[in-house]
Design a protein around this ligand. Structure first.
Ligand code: GLU
Length: 483
């Protein structure tokens, strides 16, 4: 049997990290077994579904590398299929029209609450006679269609994550609504559980992998598979993603959508790697891997039952691992938009080599992409400010002379195009001035970078030199050193 799995997002919001993590597990399982991964957009809720959310979801999945083999299929284009299935259930006496008004349903719930009972539909319209139905219709009542759920039914399945699962029919809330606003002539809006089962049957889904918040739906859906004569697939209910206080990660926790993580400067590779670790661990305990690598060993045996706590430090750590490894030519493309947004002066085409060198210099110290704005700031302008430590350094004795000598060398067209040529320039000055190399290096750091800390001095100098920013800076520092 060839594996067929699906991700079935509802476009009622941007791509949520929980949905994306479910997509990761589906993708990994499909790849592991040479199967198919299908994208189905569950947009039957016409009031809350929006095409911009669909776009956000599809671009988010693509950005993460969670490519699908079939789809996207849209439930809104498949309504006839669901209505046919509902008609079949009606014809077989497995479903019926219920005419309760909202007020009657409210009154039922209030009475149940007063008796400390869980809210449920008491199946009161299950066996209406044709006359009763007609009478309700004549009153102008609108029906819903309910699928019969017997209280004494026991529903069992072997969940790939949670093991043996058992549900009692009486715990499913009574006969369930599968379509709204249905007259005798017409079946209204089909609902989630029904549409999912019809689609999963029609699309030949072999494994339903989704969040554990759907467990009660699974029990209901198994009954629908049986009623519609479908083969019940395997189920894997994945743990929820929790915040630091152990609650389900929600909008209140701030960032939850993939596009927000992208804006914050996480790379797709790091984010998808991190999401894989939210509930799964590799057999060799490796934590940094590509999706392809993870797919080689992915199985539900190593998926936890317990919720997975979201850990920003770990995500940051993973992101820095990726940023430290990305080739400069690739990294620069990711950094240019941030530098542009910061209105730094450069020409993306003409300065391409220079920008790439800068990306190569900064890469090893980045945690998130926007860090390159602050860390890169002083490479984009001639004039600078000096920290207190740098000012002190520039006031040391002998510094004005060594800066003067360096300036003269640079103005005399000394070639400075490699770490080796930089080193020999430094050595010449050290020798001629009769000073310690440490004084030279520290003073150059203060003069060129305005601070005693920062990226590699020689690399930084070469980058500044390429845009002729070093001479004005040394000139400026010399004024300070003399004063
Ligand atoms: N549309 C459902 C959701 O977004 C899909 C659940 C399922 O995978 O069956 O939660």
């Amino acid at each position: 049997m060839s594996v067929r799995v699906r991700i079935a997002p509802s476009p009622t919001g941007n791509l949520h990290i929980g949905t994306a993590r479910t997509a990761v597990f589906n993708w990994l399982f499909a790849r592991r077994h040479g199967g198919q991964f299908i994208l189905r957009v569950e947009d039957t809720d016409t009031e809350r579904s929006r095409s911009e959310f669909t776009d956000n979801i599809t671009t988010g999945l693509q950005w993460l590398g969670l490519t699908w083999d079939e789809g996207p299929f849209f439930q809104s284009q498949r309504l006839d299929l669901y209505r046919q299935a509902i008609q079949t259930l009606l014809d077989q006496g497995l479903a019926y029209r219920a005419y309760d008004t909202p007020e009657e349903l409210d009154a039922m719930r209030t009475a149940q609450k007063a008796k400390n009972q869980a809210p449920r539909y008491d199946n009161r319209h299950r066996d209406l006679t044709e006359e009763q139905q007609k009478a309700y219709e004549a009153e102008g009542r609108q029906a819903v269609i309910r699928f019969k759920i017997d209280d004494d039914r026991v529903i069992q399945w072997k969940d790939l994550v949670r093991g043996n699962m058992t549900w009692q029919g009486s715990d499913l809330g009574g006969d369930m609504v599968v379509a709204r606003a249905s007259s005798v002539a017409e079946i209204g809006q089909p609902l989630y559980n029904l549409a999912v089962v019809v689609d999963d049957m029609d699309m030949g889904i072999t494994h339903v992998i989704r969040g554990e918040d759907h467990i009660a739906n699974t029990a209901k859906q198994i009954l629908l598979y049986e009623a519609l004569g479908g083969t019940v697939p395997e189920f894997a209910h994945t743990p929820l993603i929790l915040n630091q206080s152990g609650q389900k990660l929600s909008k209140r926790d701030g960032v939850t959508s993939i596009s927000d993580f992208q804006k914050m400067g996480f790379t797709a590779e790091a984010l998808v790697n991190y999401m894989t670790l939210l509930g799964w661990s590799a057999p060799d305990s490796e934590e940094v891997f590509t999706l392809e690598d993870a797919a080689k060993t992915f199985s539900f045996d190593r998926v936890n039952k317990a919720g997975a706590k979201f850990d920003w430090d770990k995500l940051d750590w993973l992101n820095s691992q990726y940023l430290h490894d990305i080739p400069a030519a690739e990294l620069v493309e990711m950094l240019i938009p941030y530098w542009q947004e910061a209105s730094y002066a450069f020409n993306p085409d003409a300065d391409q080599d220079w920008l790439t060198a800068l990306a190569g210099l900064l890469g090893p110290s980045l945690t998130r992409l926007p860090d390159a704005v602050e860390q890169g700031h002083f490479f984009f302008s001639e004039l600078m400010e000096y920290s207190e430590a740098a000012t002190q350094q520039l006031h040391q004795s002998g510094v004005a002379d060594l800066l003067q000598a360096t300036l003269e060398k640079l103005q005399a067209d000394t070639v400075l195009d490699s770490p080796a040529s930089g080193k020999s320039l430094v050595n010449e000055i050290v020798k001629a001035q009769g000073i310690k190399k440490g004084l030279m290096m520290k003073s150059m750091r203060a003069a060129l970078m305005g601070d005693m800390q920062g990226p590699d001095l020689m690399e930084s100098w070469l980058i500044l030199h390429r845009r002729q920013f070093d001479i004005p800076r040394i000139t400026q520092a010399l004024e300070l050193a003399k004063g």
